[in-house]
Design a protein around this ligand. Structure first.
Ligand SMILES: Cc1cc2nc3c(=O)[nH]c(=O)nc-3n(C[C@H](O)[C@H](O)[C@H](O)COP(=O)(O)OP(=O)(O)OC[C@H]3O[C@@H](n4cnc5c(N)ncnc54)[C@H](O)[C@@H]3O)c2cc1C
Length: 338
C-alpha cells in the first residue's frame, strides 16, 4: 500500500474536538495531519448545528469559563459575520450562535494557520496497533488506500472509530441504559420572528402535543425547540427524534450499524418535512416559512463509549472536579441523567 507519510500527530475526525486538537498540536510545533471523511471541517458543529454551549456556566448568571482555542474560533467567526449570544432556555448557559457556513471557513483558517495539514474526503478505515497503542492508520482517500504512521493518534471521530478498529474496549450506547436519540436539524426562512415571539416555549410544546394527538401530524417529539439565527427571519431547529437502538437477538445495535444509520437518515429527513408542515400550519410567525436546509447528516449524540483510563462521573461534573492531566474544560450541565 502506498504511504501518505509520517507525522508526529494524526487526528481522526475534525469536529470541535478534532479541529481543536489539531490546532493545539500544530501550535506546539508537532507535524500534524487532520483527517476528515466529510468535505469540510467541524463535524457536528458545521454539519448539524449552529450553536456552541459549554463556554458559559449554566444558571441565571452565565459566567464565561472556557477560553483558549474556543475564543479564537469565536473571534474568527465574528470576523466573518454576525454572531449571537443567546441566553439558554433549558439551563445550559449562554449559547454562541453562528452561521455554519462561516464556521467551516473559520476552522479551516485556524487549522491551516496553525500549520496542520488537512485531508478531506478521507476516512480512517483500518489501523495497526501494538501494545495497546495505534501506530499506523489505513486511510480511504480519493486516490485509494494510503498508509500513514504516527506515534500519537487522536481518535476524535465522535464514534470511537479508531478504538473500534483497534479492538479497544467500549460499550454501545443503549446496552446499559437508554441511548440518546438522533435528530435531523433543519432551517427555515421567511419567519416573522416578532410574531413567533408572541408565544413561549410551553405554548409551542402545547401546539405540538395537540397536533400530534390529533393524528394529523406525525410528531414523535413534542418538546423540540426553535431558535433565531444571525440571518433575519431564519430560524433553526432541534426538533425531530429518531430512535437509534434495535435489538437483534440478545445483541444491541445502534447508529454505528450501517443499516440503522441509513434508515435513521431517511426517517429523519421525512420527519423534518412533517415538522415544517406543522410549523407552517399551526405556529404563529411560520405561516410563510420555507425550508432552506436539512442538516448535512443526522445528529448523533452518542454511539460508542470507550473504556478509558478514568471515567468522569456525575459527581465529578457536579463538583467541577479538576484533573492534573485535563486537556479541556466545559461549562455545560449534564443534559441526560440516565
Ligand atoms: C442534535 C444535537 C444537538 C446538539 N446540540 C448542541 C448545542 O446546541 N450546543 C452544543 O454545544 N452542543 C450540542 N450538541 C453536542 C455537540 O454537538 C457535540 O458534543 C460535539 O459536536 C461533538 O464534537 P466532536 O468533535 O467530539 O464530534 P463530531 O462533531 O461528531 O466530529 C467527529 C468528526 O469525525 C469525522 N469522522 C468520523 N469517523 C471518521 C473516520 N473513520 N475517518 C475520518 N473522519 C471521521 C466525522 O465526519 C466528524 O467530522 C448536540 C448534539 C446533537 C447531535
Amino acid at each position: 500500500m502506498e504511504t501518505y507519510g509520517s507525522f508526529d500527530v494524526v487526528v481522526v475526525g475534525s469536529g470541535s474536538a478534532g479541529s481543536t486538537a489539531a490546532i493545539a498540536a500544530a501550535r506546539t510545533g508537532a507535524s500534524t495531519l487532520l483527517v476528515e471523511k466529510l468535505p469540510f471541517l467541524g463535524g457536528t458543529s458545521t454539519a448539524v448545528l449552529d450553536t456552541f454551549y459549554g463556554f458559559f456556566t449554566p444558571g441565571s448568571q452565565a459566567r464565561k469559563v472556557v477560553g483558549g482555542v474556543a475564543d479564537d474560533v469565536v473571534a474568527e467567526l465574528r470576523r466573518l459575520g454576525p454572531v449571537l449570544e443567546r441566553p439558554n432556555t433549558y439551563g445550559a448557559g449562554t449559547g454562541v450562535t453562528y452561521l455554519a457556513e462561516h464556521l467551516k471557513v473559520a476552522w479551516e483558517r485556524l487549522v491551516t494557520d496553525a500549520g496542520a495539514r488537512v485531508l478531506l474526503h478521507t476516512a480512517a478505515v483500518d489501523v495497526e496497533a501494538s501494545g495497546g497503542r495505534v501506530t499506523a492508520l489505513v486511510l480511504a482517500t480519493r486516490a485509494g488506500l494510503r498508509r500513514v504512521t504516527a506515534p500519537v493518534v487522536v481518535d476524535a471521530s465522535g464514534d470511537a472509530d479508531v478504538c473500534h478498529l483497534a479492538g479497544f474496549g467500549y460499550e454501545l450506547a443503549g446496552e446499559l441504559a437508554p441511548a440518546q436519540t438522533l435528530t435531523t436539524t433543519f432551517r427555515v426562512v421567511n419567519v416573522d420572528v416578532a410574531r413567533r415571539r408572541t408565544i413561549g416555549k410551553d405554548e409551542l410544546h402545547a401546539l405540538m402535543e395537540e397536533a400530534g394527538v390529533s393524528g394529523d401530524y406525525l410528531l414523535p417529539r413534542r418538546e423540540g425547540s426553535d431558535h433565531i439565527t444571525p440571518v433575519e427571519g431564519m430560524m433553526a431547529t432541534v426538533m425531530t427524534r429518531v430512535e437509534q437502538v434495535r435489538r437483534q437477538g440478545d445483541r444491541v445495535v445502534n447508529a454505528t450499524d450501517p443499516d440503522v444509520l441509513t434508515e435513521a437518515e431517511i426517517a429523519g429527513r421525512r420527519q423534518a418535512l412533517e415538522y415544517v408542515r406543522f410549523l407552517r400550519d399551526r405556529v404563529p410567525g411560520y405561516e410563510q416559512a420555507a425550508l432552506v436546509a436539512l442538516g448535512t447528516q443526522i445528529g448523533m449524540r452518542e454511539t460508542r463509549r470507550v473504556h478509558g483510563d478514568v471515567r468522569v462521573t456525575r459527581d465529578d461534573v457536579l463538583a467541577a472536579r479538576q484533573f492534573d492531566d485535563q486537556i479541556g474544560l466545559c461549562g455545560a450541565p449534564i443534559e441526560d441523567l440516565h
